[in-house]
Design a protein around this ligand. Sequence first.
Ligand code: IMP
Ligand code: MG
Length: 186
Amino acid sequence: MTSEQTHVFIKNDNARVLLSEQEIKQKVQELGAKISEDYAGMCPILIGVLNGSFIFCADLFRAITIDCEIDFIKISSYGEAMETSGVVKLKKDIDAHLQDRHVLVVEDIVDSGLSVNYLRKRMERVKPKSLGFVSLLLKEGAAQTDFKIDYIGFSIPNHFVVGYGLDYAQRFRNLPAVYLMDEQVL
Ligand code: IMP
Ligand code: MG
């Protein structure tokens, strides 16, 4: 897809919008309010998972009204494909000290569950006071996790999606809404 085609994809294909900007905005505010309530007085540290969650993370961070901090970890499992490679690679580790902190990992989407399982193991090693997970999206029926994702924005059908930080081969992260990506637009 050329950048001109991307433009067409955004402008004319409303049918492919899965979650509108407005719906996302409202959900992020709700999640921020809930987290602010649950973590009041605890100064949680959010760990954004790069690259996919950077936009959600920035919006969620601003929707949280209590004292909180932020750091990032970078992992990859998808390469340029639409399916997980089955192997999670650590590309950038966390810098912050997480021992005895209330840690909240911020994911864009949970698909197979491989990434969150990996992240849980990585985070447990540093002995946080508490460990929580928030994900904007959860693919229905796909995730295999033996623990609960504490905060979920939306459960979505098991399709490949792009936009609001989510990419296909590093593109479409800048789309303002979440779109269903099908083979025809590739
Ligand atoms: P999992 O390890 O299979 O749960 O996949 C998690 C990661 O893969 C997410 O954090 C995303 O970065 C990426 N991913 C999974 N599904 C999609 C999708 O539909 N669109 C774009 N990226 C996805
Ligand atoms: Mg991700």
